[in-house]
Design a protein around this ligand. Sequence first.
Ligand code: C2E
Ligand code: CA
Ligand code: CA
Length: 708
Amino acid sequence: MTETAVTCRVLLVEDIESEAKLVVKHLRRVSGWRYIIEHCERLEAGLERAREDHFDVILLDLNLPDGSGIEVCQRMHAAAPQTPLVVLTNQTSVELGTKALREGAQDYLIKREIDGPLLGRAIRYAIERAKADRALRASEQRYALAVAGANDGIWDWNLREREVYFSSRWKAILGYADNEIADRIEEWFDRVDQRDRETFENALNLHLEGRIGFFECEYRMITKGGDVRWVSSRGLAVRDENGQSQRMAGSMTDITRRKQTEARLLHEAMHDALTGLPNRILFMDRLDLALRRYRRDASKLFAVLFFDLDRFKHVNDSLGHAVGDELLAQIAGRMHGCLRPGDTLARLGGDEFAIVLNDISGPTDAIYVVERLQDALSKEVEIEAHSVYTSASIGIAISADHYRTPDEMLRDADIAMYRAKSSGQATYAVFDTYMHDQAMFQHRMETDLRRALDKGEFDIFYQPIISMDDERVLGFEALLRWHHPTRGLVMPDEFIGIVEETSLVVPIGWWVIERACRQLAKWQRLFPIEPALAMSINVSGKLFLTDDMAKRLASLLEDCNLDPRAIRLEITERVVMDHGDLVLSTLSDLREMGVELHVDDFGTGYSSLTYLQRFRYDSLKIDRSFVATMSDKVDSSAIVEAIITLGMTLGMKVIAEGVETPEQVTRLRAMQCPEAQGYWYSKPLHQDAVNDFLKAGQERTPRHSSAH
Ligand code: C2E
Ligand code: CA
Ligand code: CA
């Protein structure tokens, strides 16, 4: 016996003394193993020992005084289920041996055939096999536990026998108890939601036919309660040698929550949170759909309506964002009520809405809907004790062959909307080719203007403002000019409107302000007269909407060493009326600084008086159209005189614009108009010409200038 011998404890249960001795003798001869043998003659004694102690193997005779046959094997296996068991039988009872294998024995030996090597091999084999059995059982238990505890349902489909095993969890996902679902495949397939049946079958067949490596499908199932649940199934088929699927097994997971989250995220990505309406993305998608439909069938006319709420900014500024938001939500509801189910109403952002109006027979249909919408919008909206009135300017574009993309159509509806807005509030316009040309022109101008600013193509001319008493020069009005590379000198009336509609309005506006201020500082130094020369600058309303305007101007004036009182900002009546609190607060800040505020083109706007009462201005500029018609048939002298009186009453200066003739000078003097400006005194001048003009000084007699 070597040092490395394996020690093996054997329990031998054998009643016949000679047979027991024989077994012991054989075992002693097995090399490499050292057997420690304990011998019992009766079954009861053997069972007791097997229970108490741990043996590596039990050798069990099935024919004992206190028990015989297969029952002996059963009892021993029950007593020590973990211990490998080898039964010993007579030649006559081979059948008994095989039975024993089913009852937990690892092997059986016929006593007469036993020899050393055979016995040794049988014991070793029994030990190994018991180990393997244990591992297998553990794994089976593990699997059973996993199935029972898993969130996934398990299915195992025997295609041959047409039988399916569904785990409890599989059934529970669909709301069924274990005994409520049979092992037929129909129990599964019949519960697949009608809408997903095709997808499901396709996925299944693709794998069964071997065209895809695994089966995987997300689909809906109908539960016991009739609800819909989203599930994901995965599975793998086992095939025979011909590639035919024999069996397929896999899992089913409840993915309802995930699908709901996905659906919610998708919805959120395509809808506007405030109104719940489709957003721009979804709108463009629907518009694209309508356009495709139209291209297939040109009788499927449709229209795009583009909305912009009039005065929305005013509501937002004066009543606050919460009221603005509520207004949008209510408006959205109202508009929705005017549409048919097939139409799409979307909020594109801010106060912009758009509609795809499907199945119309022509523009008149669209106009009919627009009128209904405008009617609905014109009714008052009640928000937190406020009565708010709105209206919308609406642009209409009708489907046509030349539209290739949704953007083109929306753009045209947008252009039409601008046209509508510029002709007054609560109106609509249908897009036509004239608008298109106009828009193209605007677009080109915009690009040109951007370049003009970058390349320094802008310039300023200065028109003197004269005291009517003594014809002294009081100051100048800065007037923008554009040296266009091909068109030559371009006047502001041709481009200032476009500038106002683009973001260029701010940089160009400040370019003028800065340039004019620096120029004035120079002239004040060269011509130090009393009172100091002043500069009138036309300022777009958009500039007053930037909240740092007053601060920015203050630091510029400081930089130029200019007294703010020498600066006059000319604002049109339109601006004064159109804007809310932000503009008013900027105006107050400017006043505080000492900057003068002049109302330009006075008399051409509406309800001027109301606005003059809201804010105190320093001066009114009588629009040149009134001055020009003073001696005409449509005599405007009365208006001019009224404005001058009004100015004096309210403590404001008055400046007459566009004075061209000595008659006009005489009349204005008679009306005691204090200041004037016009070709009679001087056209707008280039800065170099201004130097000469100022040198001519106070003795200068009225004369015409050759510049413009
Ligand atoms: P406005 O503010 O009313 O400027 C006076 C306009 O009348 C100027 O035209 C001037 O050249 C013209 N004018 C002066 N005297 C006479 C006259 O005796 N007879 C006639 N028929 N016209 C006279 P201009 O320079 O073409 O400017 C047109 C308008 O463009 C200005 O009208 C003003 O509203 C705007 N504008 C000019 N420069 C700027 C600027 O820098 N910024 C802004 N936002 N607008 C500007
Ligand atoms: Ca002006
Ligand atoms: Ca003017």
